[in-house]
Design a protein around this ligand. Structure first.
Ligand SMILES: [Zn+2]
Length: 302
């Protein structure tokens, strides 16, 4: 299957969120993605100090331009942050000292650094007062996605009115325990399924199979699967150093902080996600194709 993955932070040992990305690195990551049946990805750059994000984005765009395989595989860029919740549990592994309120100036800097390749921006609607940044990005053709957020239903609805179209890795980037059992961000995201594409991680751990099965049934035609892969994806279990993080990749291919306290990403491939959907949830080939190939493209209109 010619998979299309909207959230790839790195692959085959190569981290896209690094200051020293080389042409060789990018070529190797794209070669490995292609070998693993991935037709296209959005290279994902996450929260850091804005000047570092801008430099990383510009480098990624420049290296992609020089490499025909990278131009083929990297269909665009997904920026996750820095306009996300500072609250523990919602912030996930994003650095507290770099998250911020949305501003048009910063959004323009990030947008410009992508040279027309920005396809998805994940932000927390409660940090985008009045929806100004959501509107600016939507007008520029970017799919704005809610994520790492504890927005109220009203805030989410207002964001939809400003152009919000997607929700990033539903069921994650929220506290593992201690949320209200009914009034919580997962319920709000599912409630808005007629207005939003809902993205899920299908490693069987970020969202356990029973919950994933329920969510996918409810989300219906608006669901899609991402890997949220980080550099060790396509390699194997072990200890890795990645940017500011030390990681432990378990046999389940989930990346955790070394003390096991929280997830910091997934290390599965689209192929492994496909196997989980087929074998653990019993989904048909047609449904798998919709989730792994067609809907990701439809959500960003490529
Ligand atoms: Zn995330």
């Amino acid at each position: 299957m010619d998979y299309f993955d909207l959230q790839v932070n790195g692959y085959g040992g190569i981290d896209f969120n690094t200051d020293g990305l080389s042409a060789d690195d990018l070529g190797r990551a794209c070669g490995k993605l292609q070998a693993d049946a991935v037709a296209g990805v959005l290279a994902t750059v996450i929260t850091e100090k804005v000047d570092l994000m801008v430099a990383r984005l510009a480098r990624l765009v420049e290296l992609r331009e020089q490499d025909p395989l990278a131009r083929k595989i990297i269909a665009g860029i997904h920026i996750e942050g820095p306009f996300i919740s500072a609250k523990n549990g919602y912030r996930g592994a994003h650095p507290l000292d770099a998250v911020m309120d949305a501003s048009r100036e910063t959004a323009k800097l990030l947008l410009d650094a992508c040279g027309g390749l920005l396809k998805v921006m994940t932000l927390a609607p409660e940090r985008d007062a009045g929806g100004a940044v959501t509107k600016l990005l939507t007008d520029a053709g970017v799919t704005v996605s809610a994520g790492h957020t504890d927005a109220t239903l009203d805030e989410l609805k207002r964001a939809c009115d400003a152009g919000l179209k997607m929700f990033t890795h539903v069921g994650n980037a929220c506290p593992m325990t201690g949320m209200h059992r009914h009034d919580n961000i997962i319920q709000r995201a599912l409630f808005l399924r007629d207005r939003l594409w809902l993205c899920f991680i299908a490693d069987g751990v970020h969202v356990p199979p029973v919950a994933l099965g329920n969510y996918l049934r409810l989300a219906g035609d608006r669901a899609l699967i991402v890997t949220d892969a980080i550099a060790p994806a396509g390699l194997g279990p072990g200890r890795y150093k990645l940017g500011r993080w030390d990681l432990l990749i378990g046999e389940d291919m989930v990346a955790r902080a070394p003390d096991g306290s929280h997830f910091v990403g997934a290390a599965i491939t689209m192929k492994q996600s496909h196997a989980n959907l087929r074998d653990k949830l019993g989904l048909s080939d047609a449904r798998c194709r919709q989730l792994l190939v067609d809907n990701p493209r439809r959500a960003i209109q490529v």
